[in-house]
Design a protein around this ligand. Structure first.
Ligand SMILES: [Zn+2]
Length: 134
C-alpha cells in the first residue's frame, strides 16, 4: 500500500473538463470532476455564496427597515408626537415590500413588524404611521 494511503488506480479514464475552471485534466477516479482539490473547494464555495445571496439580501432589507423605524421611533418620542408622515419613510428609502409578520391591534389596525419595530397605518389613506416597539 502506498505511504499516503491514497489509492490511485492504474486505470485510465478519458480526459474531461474541470467543473470549476474548464481546463482539461486526466481523472484518476471515475467520480473526479475537478482538476484539483482547490477547484473542488472553490466550486462549492461559489455555489454556497449563490444560494445564500437571496437570504443575505432579505436580511439586509429587514435590518435597514429596522434602523429606520428605530430612528423615527426615538424621534417621535423626542418630539412628543404620535405619528409620522409616510414621506419620511419614503425619503429614508423604507422598503414596504419586505415580507413581514403582521398583527392586529385593539383598534383593528394592522401592524407590520420588522424585528423589534412595527408600523401601523393610522389614517384611512395610510399616509400616517405609528411606530411600535415590542
Ligand atoms: Zn480546475
Amino acid at each position: 500500500m502506498p505511504k499516503n494511503n491514497k489509492r490511485i488506480s492504474k486505470r485510465v479514464y478519458p480526459k474531461r473538463n474541470c467543473k470549476q475552471c474548464d481546463c482539461e485534466f486526466e481523472p484518476h477516479d471515475a467520480r473526479e470532476v475537478y482538476c484539483c482539490e482547490q477547484h473542488r473547494i472553490d466550486y462549492n464555495n461559489d455555489l454556497r455564496r449563490l444560494k445564500d445571496a437571496p437570504l443575505k439580501d432579505l436580511n439586509g432589507r429587514i435590518v435597514n427597515n429596522e434602523k429606520i423605524l428605530k430612528k423615527f421611533y426615538e424621534t417621535l418620542i423626542g418630539l412628543n408626537q404620535e405619528s409620522l408622515s409616510i414621506d419620511f419613510l419614503i425619503l429614508d428609502k423604507y422598503d414596504f415590500n419586505v415580507p413581514c409578520e403582521t398583527s392586529i391591534n385593539k383598534v383593528g389596525n394592522k401592524i407590520e413588524w420588522q424585528l423589534s419595530y412595527g408600523l401601523e397605518g393610522v389614517d384611512e389613506k395610510k399616509r400616517l404611521f405609528k411606530i411600535h416597539k415590542r
